[in-house]
Design a protein. Structure first.
Length: 248
């Protein structure tokens, strides 16, 4: 199988291999959630362990055990990375595309070969199995975690931004939002579109879905969106939501 370089590195040096015991989880004041899929005797088996904070439903740590092809190691490693600091409800919304994006070398080129996507589904099913034991944990009304800030590492501004035409700038913004922001907004059943880019580099966005009634739409989520666009496109950008579309 042909893997991306990032995926190959995860397979060679995984950081989340292992397990948590119930005693260990209890000593840390955490809920232990375990999900399994497959059959060891049939050559394909995985077990994922999540430490979940019972005060807010957030995943504090994740580990896995597996038996099978190497792509399962990469899929589980990438999934564990994505799950960190997400709540269990977000974990249940994880999909194959988000796992793949976590280990891509280039945003438009899949990290896993098409033949390996069945293994990603295998991992997603194990996570869903683990999440079922967390459904009784009440998520705080004022707690809306954003996964967006994890995307800010090692980013550079888009070259020649100031010299681009208005249409080119919109196209670049659309590309970054599509690749690096929208998939994570959709984890919470929300959406985002660009409405306008002003001459003073202010990006007007329109929230959709659950985002229109979420307080973080003008708080942590908005800040994360702005920071990503500043890091990946142009440091002078600011982001403002269309307040007329918000329902609170």
């Amino acid at each position: 199988m042909q893997y991306s370089k990032r995926l190959a590195q995860k397979i060679e040096k995984p950081l989340h291999v292992g397990a948590f015991s119930l005693v260990e989880a209890q000593s840390k004041g955490m809920r232990l959630a375990v999900g399994t899929q497959g059959n060891y005797q049939l050559g394909q088996w995985i077990k994922i362990y999540l430490l979940v904070d019972e005060s807010d439903g957030v995943i504090a740590d994740a580990k896995f055990q597996m038996f099978g092809p190497s792509c399962l190691i990469g899929a589980l490693e990438a999934a564990c990375e994505v799950l960190m600091r997400k709540n269990y409800d977000q974990a249940a919304l994880l999909n194959a595309d988000l796992i793949d994006k976590q280990v891509r070398d280039k945003s438009q080129i899949p990290a896993f070969p098409e033949s390996a996507f069945s293994y990603l589904k295998f991992v997603i099913d194990a996570i869903a199995d683990a999440v079922q034991s967390c459904r009784d944990i009440v998520l705080p009304d004022n707690y809306v975690p954003t996964p967006l800030t994890s995307l800010l590492h090692n980013q550079e501004e888009y070259p020649g931004w100031k010299e681009l035409s208005h249409e080119q700038k919109i196209a670049i913004l659309e590309m970054v939002i599509a690749n690096d922001i929208r998939p994570y907004i959709e984890l919470d059943a929300g959406g985002i579109e660009i409405k306008e880019l002003s001459l003073d580099n202010q990006v007007i966005i329109a929230y959709q879905g659950a985002c229109t009634s979420c307080p973080s739409a003008i708080g942590s989520t908005l800040q994360a969106i702005e920071e990503i666009l500043q890091a990946k496109v142009y440091s002078g950008l600011s982001v403002k939501p269309d307040l007329s579309l918000l329902n609170y």
